[in-house]
Design a protein around this ligand. Structure first.
Ligand SMILES: [Zn+2]
Length: 132
């Protein structure tokens, strides 16, 4: 796999993604606060090792509709972190071209180069998350 980013850049993106993941988990914790705190504590205790279990899957298991909007973003971040580990981060999933680092700065979970993203959005009208 052709990795266009330096390890310094990758570390920076990994930090950004982890920080955003923690933010999301904090938001989710707030939302769950009055719902079932014990259930979330149990969940939070299991999310330290992302490779072992997906946070998103655990959240889906909880079946709470008010956190659905966070689940996709958690999933996108987990997927980006995995791509960093596998050396596929920053490479367009459609055409295998390097994604512009400035695009990644703005959207660290981006999976496509801007050209493929525009084409994807044209063929998937109504995409609820068009920035990716
Ligand atoms: Zn592309």
């Amino acid at each position: 796999m052709n990795q266009p980013l330096s390890s310094k850049q990758l570390n920076s993106f990994r930090d950004q993604l982890n920080a955003r993941l923690q933010e999301l988990l904090d938001e989710i914790r707030q939302e769950l606060h009055n719902t079932d705190e014990q259930q979330f504590s149990e969940l939070a205790g299991r999310v330290h090792d992302l490779e072992e279990e997906s946070v998103a899957d655990l959240l889906v298991d909880l079946n709470l509709t008010n956190i659905d909007r966070h689940v996709q973003e958690v999933r996108d971040i987990e997927s980006a972190l995995i791509r960093i580990d596998t050396g596929e981060y920053g490479v367009c999933i459609d055409c295998a071209a390097p994604i512009n680092p400035e695009r990644l700065e703005a959207y660290p979970t981006a999976r496509r180069c801007i050209i493929c993203q525009q084409r994807y959005e044209q063929t998937h009208a109504g995409n609820s998350n068009p920035r990716l």
